[in-house]
Design a protein around this ligand. Structure first.
Ligand code: AMP
Ligand code: MG
Length: 405
């Protein structure tokens, strides 16, 4: 039996990055960048007005008061809408009427908001003093030409799409999605929608693990249920040979019908570890077949899902090239005292309580691994060290975010 950190390290060591392709910008949502993206030009490309008003020399507005007295008058050279360049230079005593987004004309170093002015023919009265740089956006203030806009391995969300668009990218280099196959095992398992006899239960893991894989950015295929017979398992395993990651649930414990390990080894999977000093999920198996990563997760739905977060997710992240494989760690304050049996690192399903400013977590009241409710309510895993028998409310605890913050 090995420790959690050791097991995780072995998974990460076995997981190698996948090759890159490229997709049109709109389709890059949810993918990971295959390489650094640098700004091909300054963003914004020119210094511009960030307010509607008048482009001026800030020094010309200095004698203006705030309430009308001492206001200054300037000559208006022209009107400048967004999208047009001015050919004029703003000299002393001069201004250009300018709209938000228009390039600042030469000579000007600030914009007076239209609300602080009054117009009279070709002249404008400025009622409020501005300083150099007021109400303008500098060329390259978001990103300088050549600067890294987004790093390799970044997950592309809506903000990243906006940044890529601003940088003029219409195709995006992304890492291929890992192909992940899911097999549920068990003689007692019946698919939802199929007829169930006495003594049988519904297949929770097949759908849940497939969904976890999709949510983690993999291309997931569900291969159905293998029965607790070598021939049935072998047939399903044969179908999974093209997958980068194979995830099985059930049949990895020490029961008489727990055939998964032996069958995986017969199919050429080299074991890396079996059994980790964790709760839930102790019987978890991990092995490799060539470049394929093979996980045998325990059958209890909660154990299966927790071990997916602990081991399969980091593997997917590594294949996708993420710099820091998940699930993301954080610290929080424990909202209530927990009492446990020491011996294994525990991952309590918990949720946030309160609205901050300090993150507070409480464990779900029923932590038995057969209880799926704790996963439905749980947003975080509260990490309890193997030697802890009791942690007082108010203490800081390490957590792993199953859903992000
Ligand atoms: P196993 O790991 O095969 O010994 O299964 C442990 C427990 O999880 C047993 O109570 C199984 O009936 C249950 N179980 C196994 N596979 C599934 C599944 N796909 N969905 C729901 N429960 C399962
Ligand atoms: Mg079983």
């Amino acid at each position: 039996m090995i420790e959690y950190t050791d097991a995780r390290a072995r998974v990460l060591a076995a997981a190698k990055g996948l090759p890159a392709g490229s997709v049109p910008l709109p389709q890059s949502l949810g993918r990971t960048l295959a390489r650094d993206i640098k700004a091909a030009e300054n963003i914004p490309p020119f210094t511009k007005a960030t307010m509607d008003g008048y482009a001026v020399r800030a020094a010309d507005t200095r004698s203006s008061g705030t309430a009308g007295a001492g206001a200054v008058e300037l000559d208006v050279l022209e009107d400048l809408p967004a999208g047009r360049l001015s050919r004029k230079t703003v000299g002393p005593g001069q201004a250009v009427r300018i709209m938000t987004g228009a390039p600042l004309p030469a000579g000007a170093d600030a914009v007076v908001m239209v609300e602080d002015t009054g117009k009279a023919g070709r002249r404008v009265t400025v009622r409020r003093e501005v300083g150099p740089g007021d109400n303008i956006g500098l060329a390259g203030e978001d990103l300088k030409k050549g600067e890294i806009a987004l790093g390799r391995g970044a997950l592309i969300g809506p903000a990243e799409i906006g940044m890529l668009a601003a940088a003029g990218r219409h195709r995006v280099p992304v890492t291929r999605r890992p192909r992940l196959a899911v097999i549920a095992t068990g003689d007692e398992i019946v698919e939802p929608g199929e007829r169930k006899r006495r003594g049988q239960i519904r297949n929770a893991n097949g759908p849940a693990l497939t969904a976890l894989a999709l949510a983690a950015g993999a291309e997931a295929v569900y291969l159905g249920i293998a029965r607790d017979k070598n021939s049935s398992l072998a047939a399903k395993l044969a179908k999974a040979s093209g997958a980068d990651i194979l995830v099985l649930s059930g049949g990895v414990s020490v029961g008489d019908y727990d055939l998964v390990k032996a069958e995986l080894e017969a199919a050429g999977v080299e074991p890396v570890f079996w059994q980790v000093r964790i709760k839930p999920g102790k019987p978890v198996f991990f092995g490799v077949r060539g470049r394929q990563l093979v996980f045998g997760l325990p059958g209890n739905p909660t154990s299966a899902m927790v071990t997916f977060h602990l081991f399969v997710r980091p593997a997917i992240d590594r294949l996708l090239g993420c710099a820091v494989p998940g699930p993301e760690p954080a610290t929080a304050i424990l909202g209530e005292t927990v009492v446990l049996k020491p011996g294994r690192t525990q991952f309590l399903r918990g949720r946030f309580v309160g609205r901050g400013p300090i993150l507070t977590v409480v464990p779900y009241e029923d932590q038995r691994s057969g209880v799926l409710r704790s996963m439905v309510r749980g947003r975080v895993l509260i990490v309890v060290p193997a030697d802890a028998a009791r942690i007082e409310a108010g203490r800081e605890v390490e957590i792993l975010l199953m859903d992000g913050l």
